[in-house]
Ligand binder design. Structure first.
Ligand code: G3P
Ligand code: CA
Length: 226
């Protein structure tokens, strides 16, 4: 059975990367919840997608130039607050696995420390579009499973070379790039395939037929019936 990963919690039904979104992913029965992490000016890990806060909150400014207490003053339109990684773990631990996407430099060490402190390394996988961040966290903690996100044919054709320099556990392509040949080749190297942005049932079914292991979706109810 293909695993269903709720993107940014369950972003199609609740404000992305907020505690209600993760509670929704748990209630629906997702196999994992995906989330994005960044570090604040004072070295705290928060769960937030953008480098700048204005698309999603009532504030303006770069996350990297704001302290956690400044971040906590911001509100989503729906009144939600930007959560810390610890707050998301408190909601999700032993209820749903997490797929943590490293967005910025400085996150590997801080995220690894939080994962170890909470004793959840077997409930977590790590992704990033930045191969060097995956390399860094894997060096810090070889037990963590890491997957490289990518959205171009160029990276897709290079990935077989890349996996010699970075110990990747899985590949994480944009869904539109995936072919059965790619999935078969990944499996022949014992790498699993997570395809992201799967927001249509037909696309999910097609990827399932190709043998894709995990799909990321904003709308997990398309794939998990009550
Ligand atoms: O899981 C993949 C997906 O989250 C990557 O893109 O921009 O939504 O973080 P983005
Ligand atoms: Ca993400």
């Amino acid at each position: 059975m293909i695993n269903i990963v709720g993107h940014k919690g369950a972003a199609g039904y609740a404000p992305e990367n907020t505690l209600p979104s993760f509670q929704m992913a748990i209630a629906i029965g997702c196999d994992r919840a995906e989330l994005d992490v960044r570090s604040t000016k004072d070295g705290q890990i928060i769960v937030f997608h953008d480098d700048e806060v204005s698309r999603l909150t009532n504030g303006v400014g770069l996350v990297s130039e704001m302290t956690l207490s400044e971040i906590k003053k911001l509100d989503y339109e729906q009144g939600e607050k930007i959560p810390t990684l610890q707050e998301v773990i408190d909601v999700c631990k032993n209820k749903i696995d997490l797929q943590i996407e490293l967005k910025t430099n400085g996150t590997p060490e801080l995220v690894n420390n939080i994962v170890l402190k909470n004793d959840i390394q077997d409930q977590v996988v790590i992704t990033s579009f930045q191969d060097y961040l995956l390399k860094e966290i894997k060096q810090l903690n070889p037990n963590l499973k890491v997957g490289l996100l990518f959205k171009t044919d160029e990276v897709m054709s290079e990935i077989w070379n890349l996996m010699e320099s970075i110990p990747l556990d899985f590949f994480a392509p944009y869904s539109g790039l995936v072919t059965k040949e790619f999935v078969d080749k990944a499996h022949s190297f014992e790498k699993s395939v997570y395809a992201y942005q799967v927001n249509k049932k037909e696309l999910g079914d097609k990827l399932n037929e190709m043998g894709v292991d995990d799909i990321g979706t904003d709308f997990p109810k398309l794939f998990i019936k009550e």
